[in-house]
Design a binder for this molecule. Structure first.
Ligand code: AP5
Length: 217
């Protein structure tokens, strides 16, 4: 399985990736997660990316491509991969083609998650993560309970809000998606790889649509 999850912030790429990992045992390669890990570890990449992410802009292509190249070279990616949040513009898509040609693993499908923008804002304003293990909740759609309980790490977690999930940054991220990432829809459609998913539905319904789109339902 070599798939790309494409879609605006909050469209459910990370949520569906987790379910695909459990079902197919292939790793999720999320450039957002790689960057957040670099920020938390205070690496040179993290120090450079932190302010850019807080503003909702894209980190430069050379940094992103180096992260993806290294991650694809790790042994677990030999089984396949789910690219989440990458590529994000045409330059990254072209570079990905080159990278995958080198390792002989072309993309099988690009799944486009389509969700109404007001719903995206509601989802992002409600997103919370377990401070212990990172499991994602949503105070509107998947509440963690009272008091909060995380079944993944069996803890009563502190819930944290992503620094870029404030209203102003969310609007910037949505605008960056429209101008820089949306052109990938036509790019992948022209190559016969695009599968449109109506992702404005319950998580389980979206999962069924994803499985159907990749022919494994
Ligand atoms: P990144 O981490 O990739 O963020 P994003 O693309 O903005 O996507 P999100 O993680 O916000 O949303 P998601 O689609 O995964 O939704 P989720 O499943 O969590 O990027 C962050 C930043 O890093 C960028 O702004 C940029 O600065 C930088 N960056 C990353 N990659 C880059 C690249 N390639 N190039 C340059 N810069 C890059 O769901 C959201 C919420 O909704 C959750 O609370 C969830 O529980 C809930 N939810 C999910 N599905 C449903 C459903 N069906 N119904 C109801 N609620 C749902």
């Amino acid at each position: 399985m070599h798939i790309v999850l494409l879609g605006p912030p909050g469209s459910g790429k990370g949520t569906q990736s987790q379910l695909l990992i459990e079902r197919f045992g292939v790793p999720q390669i999320s450039t957002g997660d790689l960057l957040r890990s670099a920020v938390a570890r205070r690496t040179p990449v993290g120090l450079k990316a932190e302010a850019i992410m807080a503003e909702g802009k894209l980190v430069d292509d050379a940094t992103i491509l180096a992260l993806v190249r290294d991650r694809l070279a790790e042994p677990d990616a030999a089984r396949g991969f789910i690219l989440d949040g990458f590529p994000r513009n045409i330059v990254q898509a072209e570079a990905l083609n080159g990278l995958l040609a080198e390792i002989g693993k072309p993309i099988d499908a690009v799944l486009l998650f389509e969700v109404d923008s007001e719903q995206l804002i509601r989802r992002l304003s409600g997103r919370r993560s377990c401070a212990t293990c990172g499991r994602v909740f949503n105070i509107h759609f998947a509440p963690p309970g009272t008091p909060p309980h995380c079944e993944r790490c069996n803890d009563r977690p502190e819930l944290i809000t992503r620094p870029d999930d404030n209203e102003q940054t969310v609007r910037r991220r949505l605008s960056v998606y429209d101008t820089q990432t949306r052109p990938l829809v036509d790019y992948y459609a022209a190559r016969g790889l695009l599968r449109r998913i109506d992702a404005d539905a319950a998580v389980e319904t979206v999962t069924s649509r994803v499985l159907s789109a990749i022919g494994t339902d």
